[in-house]
Design a protein around this ligand. Structure first.
Ligand SMILES: NC(=O)c1ccc[n+]([C@@H]2O[C@H](COP(=O)([O-])OP(=O)(O)OC[C@H]3O[C@@H](n4cnc5c(N)ncnc54)[C@H](O)[C@@H]3O)[C@@H](O)[C@H]2O)c1
Length: 253
C-alpha cells in the first residue's frame, strides 16, 4: 500500500478524474479528505471509498471562495490531524475565444482554476510544512497547445503549469514536492457537457477526437489517477516542478 497512513485532500471528487483518484488513493491506504461543490456527488464518492475500507471526510465547498478553500484544510486537520498530500483537481470548463469572452467568463474560469487552486493550496501548505508532502495540480494538454475557442480555459490551465513550478521552488525548503499532470481527452461528465455543446452524438465526438491521440483512443479516469498516485507517492521522491503528460501522444505529433 503506497499511501498507507497518509492523509490526502482531493478536490472535485464528485465525478470523473477526481472520483477515480479518490478510489485509487483509497486502494493504497490513504485517509481521504474529499471536496466537491455538489453534495450528492461528493457523498456518492465518499460512500464508494468507505466501501474500499478508507476513512473519509467530505467537505462540500466551492474552492473559488476563500472560506470554502479554508474549510477544506480545517476539516482535514480536524479529522486526521495532518495533511500529507493535496490533489488540486476541481476545475471550471468555461471555454471561449478572447473575442467572445466577457469579464464574467474570465472571472469564473480563473476564479476556480487559478485562485481556487492557489487558495486551497495556501491553507493546506500551512499544515504540510510540518512534515513535508506532495501537491499534484491537474493541468491539461490544454496547458501546452492552442485549441479553437478555448482561450479562457487554456489560459487558466497554462497558468497552472507555471504556478506549479513557482510553488515547487517556494516549497522545496519545506520538503513539499509540487507537480502537475496534463491529461489528454478523458471521458468524464465534462466530456458529456462538451459533446452537448458541440451538438454531436457520443460516437461522432469519439470518432473525431480519438484519432488525435497516437494511441487512437480516449483516456480513462483511472489512467490519470495512476499518474496522480505516482506523483503523490514516495516513488516520485526526486520529482518536483515537473509536468507529467498523460495524453496518449496527443500533444507530440
Ligand atoms: N476530462 C478531460 O478530458 C480532461 C482533460 C484534461 C484535463 N482535465 C482536468 O481534469 C480535472 C477533472 O476533470 P473531469 O473531466 O473529471 O471533470 P468533471 O466535470 O467530470 O468533474 C469535476 C468535478 O469538480 C467539481 N467542481 C467543479 N467546480 C468546483 C468548485 N468550484 N469547487 C469544488 N468542486 C468543484 C464538480 O462538481 C465535479 O464533480 C480538471 O482539472 C480538468 O481540467 C480533464
Amino acid at each position: 500500500m503506497r499511501l498507507k497512513g497518509k492523509t490526502a485532500i482531493i478536490t472535485g471528487v464528485g465525478a470523473g478524474i477526481g472520483e477515480a483518484i479518490a478510489l485509487r488513493f483509497a486502494e493504497e491506504g490513504a485517509h481521504l479528505v474529499l471536496n466537491d461543490i455538489q453534495e450528492n456527488a461528493g457523498e456518492k464518492t465518499r460512500d464508494k471509498v468507505e466501501k474500499l475500507g478508507a476513512k473519509a471526510a467530505l467537505v462540500v465547498a466551492d474552492i473559488s471562495q476563500e472560506s470554502g478553500a479554508r474549510s477544506i484544510a480545517a476539516a482535514a486537520m480536524q479529522a486526521f490531524g495532518a495533511i500529507d498530500i493535496l490533489v488540486n483537481n476541481a476545475a471550471d470548463f468555461t471555454s471561449k475565444s478572447v473575442e467572445n469572452a466577457e469579464p464574467a467568463d474570465w472571472q469564473k474560469v480563473l476564479g476556480v482554476n487559478i485562485i481556487g487552486t492557489a487558495m486551497v493550496s495556501k491553507f493546506a501548505i500551512e499544515h504540510m510544512k510540518a512534515r513535508g508532502g506532495a501537491i499534484v495540480n491537474m493541468a491539461s494538454m490544454s496547458s501546452i497547445i492552442a485549441q479553437r475557442d478555448f482561450a479562457t480555459y487554456n489560459a487558466s490551465k497554462g497558468g497552472i503549469l507555471t504556478m506549479t513550478k513557482c510553488m515547487a521552488l517556494d516549497l522545496a525548503q519545506h520538503k513539499i514536492r509540487v507537480n502537475s499532470i496534463c491529461p489528454g481527452c478523458i471521458f468524464t461528465s465534462a466530456s458529456v457537457r462538451e459533446i452537448e455543446r458541440m451538438g454531436l452524438t457520443f460516437e461522432q465526438w469519439r470518432d473525431k477526437v480519438a484519432p488525435m491521440h497516437m494511441l487512437g483512443r480516449l483516456g480513462e479516469p483511472r489512467e490519470v489517477a495512476n499518474a496522480a498516485l505516482f506523483l503523490a507517492s514516495d516513488e516520485a521522491s526526486f520529482i518536483t516542478a515537473a509536468h507529467l503528460v498523460v495524453d496518449g501522444g496527443y500533444t507530440a505529433w
